[in-house]
Ligand binder design. Structure first.
Ligand SMILES: [Zn+2]
Length: 280
């Protein structure tokens, strides 16, 4: 029995198999503690940069303390121009620039985590809630379910066999991930009471919470199952009025025009559907 137990533990421990434990950390601004107004999300806003970087570095400290070998941080907010290698944790690597349709998940990271994450569009208690673009996208649906970055990124990671282990952000974002990955570690740094109103922890308290959640989450690698979108995948994008569809939208590969503002793509899986949407 004991031997069996040791064997099962070994199966769950990538280090014993000579694999590095690499965490891919997705970052955004709207879910950072102390960020509650739209003007604060300007990538050049100095205070936001400090708040975000502080939360990221706390997460990196936690992952490393929990046994991770590497942390790759993606500057995911607004054009990837918020983070700097001058201030990022010395042991982390910074991924700068946009990601292609696979979101780099083909590298099959040990786990994915989010820092500064906001909830999907149309969530009342979500601070600056949106799905990819608050100006451009009204609603995004995968297989009929409204989704935002949390779902899409988790599904893309899951497509390549990678689980989501941790999130920091507002309460609404944590609720959203809990629906699909109940066992992920959550660090709730603020509670939304309106789109631009929140009750936030101090940055010190937020960082402490994030560091601990990140540390605990590493032990969940191998225990949390990768999240999968049910195949085949229908991806429907409802744009805002100011971003309604161009006249030639029917000619896009794999596209079905639903109405003036809504387009639908069908793929055999999330990757194919997302690729059709992203190809122009
Ligand atoms: Zn975002």
């Amino acid at each position: 029995m004991r031997i069996l137990l040791v064997f099962l533990l070994m199966l769950n421990c990538p280090a014993l198999w000579g694999q590095k434990t690499t965490i891919f950390l997705i970052t955004d601004a709207e879910g950072v503690g102390g960020v509650c107004r739209q003007d604060q999300t300007d990538p050049k806003d100095q205070e936001m940069r400090q708040l975000l970087t502080g939360e990221i570095n706390a997460a990196v400290e936690g992952f490393l303390a929990g046994g991770a070998d590497e942390v790759l941080v993606w500057d995911g907010h607004d054009g990837s121009q918020t983070l700097s290698t001058l201030t990022i944790h010395p042991k982390a690597k910074l991924l700068m620039g946009g990601l292609g349709p696979t979101m780099l998940m083909e590298r099959r990271f040990s786990a994915v985590a989010y820092v500064g994450q906001h909830s999907k569009a149309n969530i009342r208690a979500g601070v600056m809630a949106h799905s990819y673009s608050s100006l451009g996208i009204q609603n995004m649906l995968v297989n009929g379910k409204p989704v935002g970055e949390i779902d899409v990124i988790a599904a893309m990671a899951g497509h390549f066999g990678t689980p989501v282990i941790m999130l920091s952000g507002d309460q609404a974002a944590a609720n959203e991930l809990r629906e699909i990955v109940p066992d992920a570690e959550m660090a709730v740094v603020k509670e939304g009471i309106g789109r631009y109103a929140c009750i936030s922890l101090s940055s010190t308290a937020a960082r402490d919470l994030i560091r601990e959640a990140a540390r605990r989450s590493v032990s969940k690698i191998g225990k949390i199952k990768p999240y999968k979108a049910t195949s085949p995948v229908t991806l429907q994008i409802e744009y805002t009025t100011r971003n309604s569809l161009p006249i030639d939208s029917e000619s896009r590969t794999g596209a079905e025009v639903v109405d003036d503002r809504t387009i639908r793509f069908k793929g055999k899986d999330i990757l194919e559907a997302w690729r059709l949407y992203r190809s122009r």
